[in-house]
Design a protein around this ligand. Structure first.
Ligand SMILES: Cc1cc2nc3c(=O)[nH]c(=O)nc-3n(C[C@H](O)[C@H](O)[C@H](O)COP(=O)(O)OP(=O)(O)OC[C@H]3O[C@@H](n4cnc5c(N)ncnc54)[C@H](O)[C@@H]3O)c2cc1C
Length: 413
């Protein structure tokens, strides 16, 4: 049996559900189906923001996005921004709240409530959802797309591809299968790499500090050239470094060649000279203690001890043995604790995939393919990725609404 719809959306994730709801909100008479390979829709969405769903950000701005063709994202993000998303979600029952940095969450602070609201809307609006349905191929005859799945064949006039890429791994439906299908159909792609991901570093120091969190000014350099800086809480792990500023800086690690180094400024509010003054004062005031307690009360105790070991000092020696050169070296490491980056923890642990479908093949106002009329690509499968902080879900909403509006116009609504 072949199922025929006006619109078929492949992928019941953030972008796919948003597109389906927006088409139906505008015109219920357009028949819409979602084909989702997993047993439920919204499986990734439910895990976002540590289960709280960082749904958008008050500071939506093109500067927070990355692509080989960043101008492509401007129309969607400007016209369907966080305020538009807040109105859309309020219409389906989700109220936004913002934290002090501008990150938006559902007021419930439950990602599951966002998925529920979207799921209920799909049902109420009459969208047919086919789960456990993996799209294997598609082809186009003059006016129709034929879609072949493990669960029968489907036909539609407009086809929306909202299948994401690799981030989160297979359990969240992220295997990039549609990217391969589109590539075989002749679409150009931009190299895909994990972004918003933990970093692997040389492990001698980080392993000893496993589980400790410190606030730091964090900088990434590639071949000794500063690339980007972020401030926030860094977590030491047995494999390397994690925490918001590390995730934020991770995008370039697998995209650019060269030696990558993460530098932590552990006393960002003080200059190097200030830190030397403080260390000199302590060298006198605490001269009766051993070095293992020299930095206690100034840095996390174990981090302080690691700093001293990085200077080649013996923790059992007395503070009184410190020389002027030692103090300068300790201050240098406090102001710039360096970790050589060896890689990332990979797609399974990443929140977003950088790269994807080359956006020059799509219309930025509609997300429609310039190669195949009636085919739209939205969300993460396109070569657009955002920073950590709600920017990726906002891209899913903005791009989905562009496609939904264009499809409605095609159907004369
Ligand atoms: C752990 C984690 C936490 C995150 N937290 C946040 C956050 O708080 N804020 C934020 O902005 N972003 C966050 N992100 C990123 C955000 O979730 C994604 O950018 C967004 O979900 C992308 O939406 P999408 O619809 O394009 O793809 P997805 O949400 O990945 O949906 C794609 C869907 O397509 C289905 N599919 C794939 N191939 C096929 C096929 N061949 N046939 C049928 N179905 C198929 C998949 O099963 C999947 O359900 C997070 C990501 C992860 C992994």
């Amino acid at each position: 049996m072949t199922n025929k719809y006006d619109v078929i959306i492949i992928g019941g994730g953030a972008a796919g559900m948003c597109a389906a709801i927006n088409i139906k909100l505008r015109d219920r008479s357009i028949s819409v189906a979602i084909l989702e390979q997993l047993s439920r829709v919204g499986k990734k969405l439910i895990t976002t923001g540590n289960g709280r769903c960082n749904i958008s950000n008050i500071n939506i701005n093109i500067d927070r996005y990355h692509s080989e063709n960043i101008a492509f994202a401007e129309f969607a993000l400007q016209n369907y921004d966080n305020y538009y998303a807040a109105d859309f979600f309020s219409e389906i029952g989700v109220v936004f709240t913002y934290d002090e940095t501008g990150r938006a969450y559902p007021y419930s602070l439950q990602a599951s409530s966002v998925v529920d609201a979207m799921r209920f809307s799909l049902e109420e609006l009459g969208v047919d959802t086919f789960v456990d349905t993996t799209v294997l191929s598609y082809s186009k005859t003059e006016n129709f797309f034929n879609i072949n799945t493990n669960n029968g064949d489907f036909i539609c006039e407009s086809l929306v591809i909202a299948t994401g890429l690799y981030s989160g791994g297979n359990k969240l439906g992220s295997n990039g299968s549609m990217l391969k299908i589109l590539k075989n159909a002749g679409y150009k792609t931009v190299k895909t790499t994990p972004a918003i991901v933990q970093l692997k570093t040389e492990t001698d120091v980080v392993k000893s500090l496993k589980g400790i969190k410190v606030n730091a000014d964090v900088n990434l350099s590639i071949n000794e050239t500063a690339v980007r800086g972020e401030f926030g809480e860094v977590l030491f792990c047995d494999y390397g470094l994690s925490g918001p500023p590390i995730m934020q800086l991770s995008r370039e690690i697998e995209r650019q060649p060269g030696d990558k180094v993460i530098t932590l400024d552990l006393m960002w509010e003080y200059t190097y000279a200030n830190v030397c003054d403080i260390l000199n004062f302590r060298a006198t005031a605490l001269r009766n203690r051993n070095l293992d307690e020299y930095l206690t009360g100034m840095l996390n105790k174990r981090v302080g001890q690691a700093v001293l070991k990085m200077c080649g000092l013996k923790l059992s020696d007395s503070v009184a043995t410190l020389k002027n050169g030692d103090i300068k070296q300790i201050a240098s490491i406090i102001k710039g604790m360096k970790f050589k980056v060896t890689g990332t923890t990979g797609f399974d642990n990443s929140q977003v995939t950088a790269g994807g479908l080359d956006t020059t093949q799509f219309n930025p106002q509609t997300m429609e393919s310039e190669r195949e009329r009636g085919l739209y690509c939205i969300g993460e499968i396109l070569d657009i990725d955002g920073d950590c902080g709600g920017f990726n879900l906002q891209w899913a909403w903005s791009s989905a609404i562009c496609a939904a509006n264009a499809i409605c116009e095609d159907f004369g609504v």
